[in-house]
Write a protein that binds this ligand. Structure first.
Ligand code: FAD
Length: 391
């Protein structure tokens, strides 16, 4: 008889307190019963399941790490564990929550005024208001640090924003989008809370994605979009402030990748135990076991790495290069794991209903967003050599 599937091979989760473990299992149960049964359908149709928003709100994990404003004030470690649980069931829903809880709420939490935090964070924590984060542009992806072409200028009627933002998750239905723009006067990057009803703000849905199809990404056009000074993030005064948000969310993406890899591994292992060829379960073949062990080795390395990453975060010692290294390593290894998971499932590996094809496709987007492998590698390279090799 096959032993039970245990994807926590080094028992890293045994380090969690009983309360944290209970929260993890509560999140897992929710995702398995409420999310797993519906995601393939929505993924196939490239649609977002709006009916899950109140249920997600009731789960009460949005904005988990922030203090006050209705947020739990929990640890980065548990925030990561939660991100991995979401990734294990569906990377799209994990991304929806990552944009809301990390990128959008994080920008307000780290760079906003007290009034802005009071106005938005409690409602965003309850998912009554949805947020998006607009940094990338059609012609500026990796080079956002110095190259933003979306501009802002202070005038008598307020700040005037012009430009385009591409790939912006949740933006097709978000109430607010954090827009990052270069100030024409001092050339510094500033951040703004732009409301959907603003007449200068327009969003077109990006269609035809082959990954993260449940996430609704938008192409935003800002045309003389006037934003009052009260909606400018006062603590966002250069790209260094944007980078503070990205440091936190890149750590979250690393955790999400761990979940994606875990979901694929668990499904693949289960399949190889059930599937028989030549009169035997395919799990009994040496070449299949080699794939499974390669997957588990990488998964275990990722799990131990993100645990330490979050400990550093909770100790206040996390640096950009730590987050970047974890993002690169975990998303790269995940790509290998999902591809092997697909491989050991033969033809069924490409069918959505076998619950690995979605991970295979989604891993491609996770690999590229929040800084590609090259860009995050250059961040680590700069820190270990002292040479900046971006240009
Ligand atoms: P490019 O910058 O055009 O890069 C193309 C290739 O060139 C890459 O391989 C890159 O690594 C490489 N390259 C670039 N510069 C260098 C260099 N100096 N040295 C070596 N190689 C280099 N953005 C947001 O602002 N908000 C969002 O919500 C958001 N959601 C996203 C969701 C999805 C599904 C996707 C796919 C993207 C999302 N993005 C979002 C954008 C994402 O962050 C960018 O796609 C990413 O930063 C890469 O930019 P790019 O796609 O323009 O690629």
């Amino acid at each position: 008889e096959a032993p039970p599937i245990d994807a926590d091979f080094y028992s890293v989760e045994a380090k969690l307190s009983p309360e944290d473990r209970a929260l993890q299992l509560r999140v897992r149960e929710f995702l398995e019963t409420e999310i797993k049964p519906i995601v393939n359908k929505y993924w196939l149709h490239d649609e977002f399941p709006f009916e899950i928003i109140p249920k997600l709100a009731a789960l009460n994990v949005c904005g988990y790490v922030y203090d006050g404003y209705g947020c739990a004030g929990g640890s980065s470690l548990m925030d990561g564990i939660i991100a991995a649980e979401f990734g294990r069931i569906d990377p799209s829903i994990a991304t929806f929550l990552g944009v809301q809880s990390g990128l959008a709420m994080g920008s307000i939490y780290l760079c906003g005024s007290e009034e802005q935090k009071q106005e938005w964070l409690p409602k965003m924590q309850k998912l009554e208001k949805i947020g998006a984060f607009g940094l990338t542009e059609p012609e500026v992806g990796s080079a956002t640090a110095g190259g933003l072409t979306t501009t802002c200028r202070k005038t008598e009627k307020g700040w005037v924003l012009n430009g385009q933002k591409k790939w912006i998750g949740n933006s097709t239905f978000s109430d607010i989008t954090i827009i990052w723009a270069r100030d024409l006067d001092d050339n510094q990057v500033k951040g703004f809370i732009v409301r959907k009803e603003n007449p200068g703000f327009m969003v077109d849905k990006i269609k035809g994605k082959m990954a993260l199809r449940i996430v609704q990404n938008g192409l935003i056009t800002l045309t003389d979009c006037v934003v009052p000074e009260s909606d400018r993030l006062p603590l966002a005064n250069s790209f260094k402030d944007t980078a503070k948000v990205l440091q936190m969310t890149r750590a979250g993406v690393a955790w999400m990748a761990v979940g994606c890899a875990r979901g694929a591994y668990e499904n693949a292992l289960e399949y190889t135990l059930q599937r028989k060829q030549f009169g035997k379960p395919i799990a009994s073949f040496q070449l299949i076991q080699n794939h499974l062990v390669e997957m588990l080795s990488n998964l275990t390395a990722m799990q131990t790495l993100v645990f330490r990453l979050s400990e550093l975060q909770d100790e206040g010692k996390l640096k950009d290069e730590h987050a970047s290294l974890a993002k690169v390593f975990c998303t790269l290894r995940t790509r290998d794991i999902v591809s092997r998971a697909r491989e050991v499932m033969g033809g069924n590996g490409i069918l959505l209903e076998y619950n690995v094809a979605r991970f295979l496709a989604d891993a491609e987007a996770i690999y590229s967003y929040e800084g590609t492998k090259e860009i995050n590698s250059l961040i680590v390279g700069r820190s270990i050599t002292g040479f900046s090799a971006f240009v």
